[in-house]
Ligand binder design. Structure first.
Ligand code: HEC
Length: 200
């Protein structure tokens, strides 16, 4: 046991001396600044996406909007991200597009926190900033089934989704898991990281 105690004491020393190289105040400021920018950006992305989806449905109906979502959803977030040197993605436990699945340990931990808060009807934090295993900051904001429009593509396939829309969804996403949601459920998270940051 004493052998290990010494080992840990040594590790702690290394950890402390490494930490000292980074000014704590600066770190805190960076964290605050990152969180502020990320919160703003996820708000903008959310609004832009809602506007574009609604406009696409009005223009060509839900089936047309599916194609729009599959082609434009990522491009839209891309352009917002580039302007700020941040990367914005959408992630979820039940993805329509497999690329959007929860990936890191932090992703899953934050997902659980939001889900538990919602299940207990606690107040839901507007966003959470976490640190990935390799130290990269990540900001998460919940995406909720917040309006009936969402159900036209994510609701009950027998009741909420038009036959043509369902057919199109199956065509583009044969492994679609993003169905059978009801109003108010947690559908996904906006995840924002610094460009070039390693995920884990
Ligand atoms: C017209 C159909 C349509 C509507 C309406 C729609 N979505 Fe989607 N949604 C899609 C498609 C298609 C994708 C897959 C996009 C892609 O390939 O990246 C998607 C993906 C997502 C994702 C990313 C995770 C995943 O499953 O791949 C989230 C989060 C999401 N939608 C939330 C919402 C919310 C919230 C609403 C309501 C405000 C909504 N969607 C309305 C079609 C729709």
């Amino acid at each position: 046991m004493p052998k290990y105690t010494r080992y840990y004491a040594w590790l702690l020393l290394v950890a402390i001396s490494c930490n000292n190289q980074v000014e704590p105040v600066k770190q805190e400021k960076d964290l605050q600044q990152f969180t502020e920018t990320a919160a703003q950006l996820s708000g903008i992305a959310q609004q832009a996406l809602l506007k574009e989806v609604s406009a696409a449905i009005q223009k060509g109906g839900t089936e047309y909007a599916v194609e729009f979502c599959s082609q434009k959803a990522l491009a839209l977030t891309d352009s917002v991200s580039k302007a700020h040197d941040l990367v914005i993605t959408r992630i979820t436990n039940k993805p329509r597009n497999a690329a959007n699945v929860l990936k890191t340990a932090m992703d899953s931990a934050v997902w659980q926190r939001f889900e538990q808060a919602m299940a207990k009807k606690d107040s839901i934090p507007p966003g959470i900033t976490g640190t990935e295993a390799k130290g990269a900051l990540a900001y998460y904001k919940p995406i909720v089934i917040g309006m009936p429009t969402c159900l036209k593509c994510h609701g009950d396939p027998d009741k909420d989704i038009e036959a043509g829309t369902l057919k199109k969804l199956k065509e583009i996403y044969p492994d679609d898991k993003a169905l059978n949601y009801t109003a108010g459920m947690l559908r996904g998270l906006w995840k924002i990281t610094a460009a070039g940051a390693e995920p884990e």
